[in-house]
Design a protein around this ligand. Structure first.
Ligand SMILES: C=CC1=C(C)c2cc3[nH]c(cc4nc(cc5[nH]c(cc1n2)c(C)c5CCC(=O)O)C(CCC(=O)O)=C4C)c(C)c3C=C
Ligand code: FE2
Length: 476
């Protein structure tokens, strides 16, 4: 009988495998060649190269505009003439997203792809070659719990459906606003259509100018950073002819996005009846009658300590939406909170945790609550299952009687129109390459040793999920 126990916790790492355990892990189980665990931004220019980057920016912007036919003046009313309607070799937009399993049968392979990503679990140097084996263990162990969650929302993730709809609407909106055809590509990090497949299509289409748009408003190493690393690797290996590209690294503070979010929230706020508000005031006279809880996706705290800009961007994003909401609501009527959800394992993630805050709110007398998913722009497992089912139950058990959940931006017209503007503006601003984006997001300052340690902790955490605390056991 084979038995393996791996302890990966804190800075110290012990990994014990029975000699023949590897024979039981079929790494070919997953059709896709697992990616090698290379470091993110390993080829980034050093900090001292920044001035060179700045000097080269304006030249590339000119190239980018020339490739698309966009005039050098940035007036949206000027219609370029050099773009033909078939868009052959013209302008492309690449959406980067996470992806999700299409059916329950895909869940384990999807989880393997996720845990094989060194930006999700980064093992310390000597263990790095075992990344795929460890990812296989963890995926197998987590799959039943994860699959049950996907089953409860219909068996698969709706991410692709929403992303495709957003892509279609973006090209329509872009054409309408700027009278330019634009071809959209969807590249998922952990499921089909993979980023590599989208890049292949971009090469085949001989796209001349590419705007790269991660569908995460706030930048994190674990999301946009991870997808950009795939691009960095691909761009360093394959030729794209004379294609020029620019990245929109984060867009959490764009007025259009902030407006779209505040509109969606306001609709939920307006749905509380006068009697619901009066009852809440009666129940807790010192509290506002309506509370809004932004539930952002969490990341391990150690990512932030290693330089991930995610938390700062999240706080600024919430400040922006809050300011917009307080243009029409008084603080006496509406209180706003922020917490972090979806942590995996026993390590410290960003606090406060949503599953701590919800009972606190309920127990303090809050009755009317709007929960707002932020960090992501379409419905997915964590809105439809974690928030709508698990968190709702938790809130209602502790006294929140009138629960509302704000929808993700999905295909909201204000949001889509803003994305079209974002693409247009990206073509008129200094171009930022994939590598430059990584530098601009403070990645060059990251203490990789600290990151190694921290992610070793998160590896232990992931393994411990639904299992034995901070250790995981794999029994064949
Ligand atoms: C273990 C580490 C993880 C980090 C760090 C992390 C960051 C992170 N994730 C999202 C958005 C999504 N994640 C989704 C699924 C998902 N994420 C993790 C782990 C980490 N995420 C796991 C194990 C899973 C699989 C589901 C599960 O078993 O719980 C999804 C859902 C995709 C879908 O199919 O619908 C999204 C979206 C963000 C924004 C983020 C950091 C900011
Ligand atoms: Fe996640």
């Amino acid at each position: 009988e084979n038995f393996a126990t791996a302890f990966i916790h804190g800075g110290s790492t012990k990994c014990v495998f029975q000699p023949d355990i590897r024979n039981n892990i079929d790494c070919n189980l997953y059709k896709r060649e697992p990616r090698t665990a290379t470091r993110l931004f390993s080829t980034s220019p050093s900090f001292s190269d920044r001035s060179k980057i700045n000097k080269s920016n304006s030249k590339r912007t000119t190239e980018l505009r020339a490739a698309t036919g966009i005039p050098l003046t940035s007036s949206p009313s000027i219609v370029p003439s050099s773009i033909d309607d078939s868009n052959d070799g013209g302008l492309g937009v690449l959406f980067l997203n996470l992806g999700g399993p299409t059916t329950g049968d895909d869940v384990e392979e999807f989880l393997f792809n996720l845990f094989a990503d060194p930006d999700i679990i980064r093992l310390p140097g000597p263990l790095a070659p075992l990344q795929n084996i460890i990812a296989g263990f963890i995926a197998k162990r987590r799959a039943p719990k994860s699959r049950a969650a996907y089953d409860s929302i219909g068996g698969g993730s709706p991410i692709l459906k929403y992303t495709n709809a957003q892509a279609k609407l973006l090209s329509e909106s872009f054409k309408e606003k700027y009278n330019m055809p634009i071809k959209t590509y969807v590249g998922m990090r952990y499921w089909k259509p993979y980023t590599e497949d989208a890049l292949e299509q971009i090469r085949r289409d001989k796209v001349k100018a590419l705007v790269i748009l991660p569908l995460y408003p706030q930048f994190s190493i674990s999301t946009s950073g991870s997808s950009l690393r795939v691009l960095q690797e691909d761009f360093s290996k394959r030729s794209y002819g004379d294609m020029v590209h620019t990245v929109v690294p984060s867009w959490y503070d764009r007025p259009g996005y902030v407006k779209a979010m505040s509109n969606l929230i306001q609709t939920e706020v307006d749905s509380f009846t006068d009697s619901e508000k009066a009852q809440a005031k009666n129940n807790a006279p010192n509290l506002a009658p309506i509370h809004v809880l932004f539930s952002a996706h969490g990341v391990p705290k150690s990512y932030i300590e290693a330089g991930d800009p995610y938390q700062k961007q999240m706080e600024k994003c919430i400040d922006g939406i809050k300011a917009k909401l307080y243009e029409t609501n008084s603080p006496e009527d509406l209180t706003i909170h922020l917490s972090y959800q979806s942590r995996v394992g026993p390590i410290e993630w960003l606090r406060p945790y949503t599953d701590d805050v919800l009972p606190e709110l309920g127990e303090s007398g809050v009755q009317n609550l709007v929960v707002v998913p932020i960090s992501f722009v379409s419905e997915h497992i964590e809105t439809l299952e974690e928030i709508d089912i698990e968190y709702r139950e938790l809130a209602e058990e502790s006294g929140v009687s009138n629960w509302r959940r704000c929808p993700a931006p999905n295909t909201d017209p204000t949001f889509i129109a803003d994305m079209a503007d974002m693409v247009y503006e990206a073509l008129n601003e200094p171009a930022q390459t994939v590598t430059e984006t990584c530098i601009a997001n403070n990645i060059e300052g990251i203490d990789l040793e600290a990151l190694d340690d921290s992610v070793a902790v998160s590896a232990g955490g992931v393994g411990g999920v639904g299992a034995d605390g901070d250790l995981f056991k794999i029994k064949p």
